[in-house]
Design a protein around this ligand. Structure first.
Ligand code: SF4
Length: 284
């Protein structure tokens, strides 16, 4: 028995079974029926697909493929399967893209929920140190600050011992952690910070036309609210209602014509007192 060889020409009986294939295609394609025979494609030994044009206007360029087969040394051809398949010029739907890749800034609406992946690279674990403090001691662990092998290190540790932090102490740690911004499960990662900085720099940075034409930069503007954290060195929030950046994060190198020190409002001109001519006579 030869394995892996395939005849280059379609099996004659399978290729001649056009009417058998058409009969099945007409049945499946009802009520429009199948169009002209487009040819045969050899799928394998004694395995041939007959192609018929699809007449459905919604499937332009598609064809009905009826695959027929014949057993070795058999004289009869049988239908294997029927399928509607796209041809080279078929009108196809665009390739499906996951929603997370389709989402664009501004797509969120009221009531929408945007789940964040557990391993979102823009986020990193936030920590207050509380979890570590509450973790029950591991048998054999040496308490911090005490040398292994000392008296304390040899003291037996009860497995599953209650937390070492009392509830009042826990509440105090949580309050302090929240106050200094450590109470969140996750915080911005370095990547998240850099991506945000790039976006802000692009929108309200020194290369924008507004900044190029500004009389001075935001760094010296009284309407700038500085940010906290590492971004403080490069960004702040504009609080000038007349600026196009009001309420937005701006680069310290950004600027606009509403800069607090760039132009002073000119003092109003006081008109001189009216001159009343008591000597003249108005002709009436
Ligand atoms: S008013 Fe203009 S210059 Fe001042 S902070 Fe806002 S954007 Fe910057």
């Amino acid at each position: 028995m030869r394995v892996g060889t395939r005849s280059r020409t379609p099996d004659r009986l399978c290729a001649e079974a056009v009417e058998l294939a058409r009969e099945v295609a007409e049945e499946v394609a009802a009520p429009r029926g199948a169009g002209p025979h487009l040819g045969v494609v050899q799928e394998g030994d004694r395995l041939v697909t007959h192609r018929f044009e699809c007449l459905d206007p919604g499937y332009r360029g598609w064809y009905w493929g009826v695959t027929v087969a014949r057993a070795s040394r058999a004289r009869y051809v049988t239908v294997d399967e029927v399928a509607l398949l796209p041809g080279p010029d078929a009108l196809l739907a665009p390739e499906w893209v996951p929603w997370s890749e389709r989402l664009r800034a501004g797509d969120m609406g009221p009531g929408d929920l945007l789940p964040v992946e557990a391993d979102d690279p823009r986020l990193a674990p936030g920590t207050s140190g509380l979890d570590e403090a509450l973790a029950p001691p591991v048998p054999g662990d040496t308490p911090a600050g005490e040398p292994a092998g000392g008296d304390t290190a040899e003291a037996p540790v009860t497995e599953g011992a209650p937390p070492v932090v009392e509830p009042a102490e826990r509440a105090r740690i949580e309050a302090v952690a929240r106050e200094i911004g450590f109470g969140r499960p996750r915080v911005l990662s370095r990547l998240g910070l850099e991506e945000a900085a790039d976006r802000w720099q692009e929108t309200f940075g020194p290369d924008t036309p507004m900044a190029q034409a500004a009389p001075a930069s935001c760094a010296g503007c009284g309407f700038l609210i500085p940010l906290a954290g590492s971004l403080r060195q490069a960004f702040g929030v504009c609080a000038n209602e007349y600026s196009p950046a009001d309420g937005r994060v701006v680069s310290l190198d950004y600027g606009c014509g509403a800069h607090s020190e760039a132009a002073r409002m000119p003092a109003p001109i006081t008109p001189p007192p009216p001159v009343i001519d008591h000597l003249g006579v108005d002709p009436l």
